[in-house]
Design a binder for this molecule. Structure first.
Ligand code: LMR
Length: 400
């Protein structure tokens, strides 16, 4: 008799986290990980932020219960996150058109949103950029949604293919969903400027599409407020919008799985109805959110002194990433790989070098340097110690 799961073929490892697993098993002492999008400091570790340590101390001292959270999360967390994401004085918030749910990480927010779209508009196609984070199409497929791709990276110029992108969105069917990276595009590091955001907003309105922002890197581009430029452009009177936020990176709370899903409806009433459907999607998925990460975020955002400390920490991480980016381009040039100045205009943790599968394999096998497929490099992973050998390895595979 065959077993229940006996006919299954194994799947390949995850395109990003699978590499981390492989890296952790790699016995070579010189190994360098530029794969998973995690920030490291100069000593090569991903530190717990001092603001988080202090918030955790306060939470532990005051904790009296481990009762379930509400399905949507604690109101204090939701209010603080709404203000951080949309701005304290956003008209849509004042009008009661924004509801936020506390989710397990940004991926949890994407999945709840995907379930919500599938419940309410099962035929909708979700449009994602080419390229995008490999987990995007996987999350949408798991929720039963179709996805399609719009051009984003112009292979010829290494810049953004604005006309290709807008052309594809003009051809999307009314009621389709457009996934946009709010800032620090993953994997290219290339973001629309304010003028392009305005054109995207026009096409979205003309074609009656639902914009869906993945906001995983708020604060890592140009600043906590500056990085919400696209969000504010899309937030027109009466316009609908979905935002998936992650606090893995900007609070360095990777393993706490803390994020948020914000739903902007056309009216207060429609948003309230939408929330009931989102709560049903949560209840059928993980029931209610995990406590700790959300309590940390709410404690920091709700205390003026802790918040100022955290904002300074975000600035320090952002400036270090910018400095790493400059050092990377200079390091490549010093190793003989010139012509990478366009990377300096990019934002956030990632740059995409456009490496072949063979070049990526050689980097790993011959040089113990791990990058994601296509040559996505996490510039936040450089230190003074690993920069030079990594640049030499990349220059060597580029040279053929
Ligand atoms: C990344 O893109 O490396 C991060 O978002 C980590 C992940 O979950 O893939």
């Amino acid at each position: 008799m065959s077993t229940f799961f006996g006919g299954l073929a194994p799947l390949p490892p995850d395109a990003i986290l699978g590499l981390t697993e492989e890296f952790n098993r790699d016995p070579r002492p010189e190994r360098i990980s530029l794969a998973s999008g995690v920030y490291v400091d100069e000593s090569g570790i991903t530190p717990v932020l001092p603001s988080v340590v202090e918030a955790e101390r306060r939470i532990l001292a005051a904790q009296t219960t481990k009762l379930y959270k509400p399905i949507a999360g604690d109101p204090a967390y939701l209010r603080a996150v709404r203000a951080l994401v949309f701005g304290a004085d956003a008209a849509a918030v004042a009008e009661g058109r924004v509801e936020t749910l506390h989710t397990p990480g940004g991926t949890g927010a994407l999945r709840v949103a995907a379930d919500l779209i599938h419940r309410t508009r099962p035929g909708a196609t979700v449009w994602v950029s080419t390229p995008t984070w490999p987990n995007h199409p996987q999350v949408f497929a798991a929720a039963g949604l179709k996805s399609a791709s719009y051009p984003y990276l112009d292979a010829a110029t290494g810049g953004l293919d604005a006309e290709g992108m807008l052309g594809a969105l003009r051809a999307a069917a009314p009621g389709d969903v457009v996934l946009l990276h709010a800032c620090c595009h993953n994997p290219t590091g290339i973001d629309p400027d304010a003028a392009l955001w305005a054109r995207i907003a026009e096409v979205v309105a003309e074609r009656n599409l639902l914009p869906f922002l993945d906001f995983a890197y708020q604060g890592f581009g140009d600043g906590l407020v500056e990085d919400a430029t696209g969000l504010r452009v899309l937030l027109r009177p009466g316009a609908e919008l979905i935002v998936a936020s992650s606090f893995s990176k900007n609070f360095s709370l990777y393993d706490e799985r803390v994020g948020a899903l914000s739903l902007v409806g056309a009216t207060r009433e429609e948003t309230a109805t939408l929330l009931t459907h989102a709560k049903a999607a949560v209840r059928a998925n993980y029931s209610n959110p995990p406590a700790h990460g959300g309590e940390v975020v709410a404690t920091i955002l709700g205390d003026a002194e802790l918040r100022a400390r955290w904002e300074a920490e975000v600035t320090e991480m952002r400036e270090r990433i910018h400095a790493n980016r400059r050092a990377f381009v200079a390091g490549l040039a010093a190793a003989g790989a010139t012509g990478w100045e366009r990377l300096l205009e990019q934002r956030g943790m990632f740059s995409l070098l456009g490496l072949s599968a063979d070049q990526v394999r050689r980097l790993k096998e011959e040089h113990a340097v791990y990058v994601v497929g296509g040559g996505r490099v996490n510039v936040a992973g450089f230190t003074r110690r690993n920069l030079e050998p990594a640049c030499r390895a990349i220059a060597s595979v580029l040279a053929g």
